[in-house]
Design a protein around this ligand. Structure first.
Ligand SMILES: NC(=O)c1ccc[n+]([C@@H]2O[C@H](COP(=O)([O-])OP(=O)(O)OC[C@H]3O[C@@H](n4cnc5c(N)ncnc54)[C@H](O)[C@@H]3O)[C@@H](O)[C@H]2O)c1
Length: 371
């Protein structure tokens, strides 16, 4: 099988779909890997490493797309890449098709086999190819928050862990899923007083156990959120109601009552944010101030640490790439119902109910098209 790894060209995207280690494993399995020159450079993987691992380096993106049977990417294709689409090509990447009817049409017209990272499920029903990015964002949220708490960056001038004789900062985390629990790990590690709020009491029990009582847990309700927001130095938003916009748990009024120079990192901003005053920001302009409270609401936080993010992502995606290459798409999808949930388009047919619902169009379940 010929596997292609183009360089990502979406604005500010520095990750890459396959690392040199991945190339090595694919080569050992007897496949050919075409990597576009400089594809991994911004993630810390120079062309030389790919070459040493056995990749064929190609200067022309069109050639990579044109010769490959499977293209492994990170982000959804942008318009200038549509010209490379052709019938039967397997595209394995984040697609996020629900809000993108134009891309959906192009994939269907070109009869692409589109498998989206974000809808692949594992045996436990979780989303294994989304989880690594939540891990990165969760851990990063405390690091970013600690930095914005410094005076220079508009914060209260507080050291997260305090020092002997001076109390630590109070970190309040909304949501105890992947983002929240990873944020809690770092906040506690840095010595902050850490409170985590979730609606799921069983999850709070689990976290209480995992963190051995060092984490304060609270049931999610308006009263508890208002009170902890007032006391917080750093609020981290990590709630998710799958498929829905995030609930606005911290209201404008609560923000107005927060300490001046406190910091909000709303990780859930990609689902609309769980803080009423949050609006999406980018790495070039990451923060702004409302009522003296610093807001950091970057929608693609893992993009700031592409080396870690590429490794975390490819650790999770790679076994699927190997199976798709080894068995061919149809057989790999037939053998793994969770991977088949990742199938969004199959040779001109839309095969994902969620995408179909949000675009109000017809669809056919993956199992029917795979035969
Ligand atoms: N900004 C970024 O770069 C970035 C990166 C990764 C993930 N995210 C986003 O972070 C958010 C969280 O992701 P996750 O993987 O941790 O999700 P998750 O499903 O693992 O966890 C979400 C948690 O929120 C809790 N929750 C739901 N409603 C709540 C409420 N009313 N009060 C308190 N808790 C509530 C759930 O019980 C669950 O424990 C998602 O929106 C995700 O897309 C953003």
């Amino acid at each position: 099988m010929i596997i292609g790894v183009p360089k990502e060209i979406k604005d500010n995207e520095a990750r890459v779909g396959v690392t040199p280690a991945g190339v090595n494993a694919l080569k050992e399995a007897g496949h050919t890997v075409l990597v576009e020159t400089q594809a991994g450079a911004q993630s810390g993987f120079p062309d030389e490493e790919y070459q040493n691992a056995g990749a064929e380096m190609v200067g022309d993106a069109g050639y990579v797309w044109g010769k490959s049977e499977i293209v492994v990417k990170v982000k959804e294709p942008i318009e200038s890449e549509y010209a490379y689409f052709r019938e039967g090509l397997v595209l394995f990447t984040y697609l996020h098709l629900a809000p993108l009817p134009a891309l959906t049409n192009k994939l269907l017209e070109a009869k692409i086999i589109g498998i989206a990272y974000e809808t692949v499920r594992d045996r436990r029903g979780t989303l294994p190819l989304l989880m690594p990015m939540s891990e990165v964002a969760g851990r990063m949220s405390v690091q970013v928050g600690a930095s914005y708490l410094e005076k220079e960056r508009g914060g209260r001038g507080i050291l997260l862990g305090g020092v002997p004789g001076v109390p630590p900062a109070h970190v309040v985390i909304l949501g105890g899923g992947v983002v929240g629990s990873n944020a809690a790990r770092i906040a506690l590690g840095l010595g902050a007083k850490t409170t985590l709020i979730d609606v799921n009491l069983n999850r709070l029990r689990e976290l209480d156990d995992i963190f051995n009582g060092r984490l304060y847990t609270l049931a999610s309700n308006r009263y508890n959120i208002a009170q902890t927001a007032r006391e917080a130095d750093l609020v981290i938003g990590g709630v998710l109601i799958p498929g829905a916009t995030a609930p606005r748990l911290v209201t404008r009024e609560m923000v107005a009552h927060m300490k001046k120079g406190a910091v909000i990192v709303d990780v859930a901003i990609d689902q609309g944010g769980c803080v009423e005053t949050a609006r999406p920001t980018s790495h070039s302009h990451p923060s702004y101030n409302v009522d003296g409270v610093v807001h950091y609401c970057v929608t693609n936080m893992p993009g700031a640490v592409p080396h870690t993010s590429t490794l975390a992502l490819t650790n999770a995606t790679f076994s699927y790439v190997l199976r798709l290459a080894g068995l061919g798409a149809r057989e790999a999808l037939r053998q793994d119902a969770g991977l088949a949930e990742g199938l969004n388009t199959w040779l001109g047919t839309l095969t994902h109910g969620g995408v179909a619902d949000s675009q109000q169009r017809a669809w056919t379940p993956a199992a029917s098209v795979l035969g």
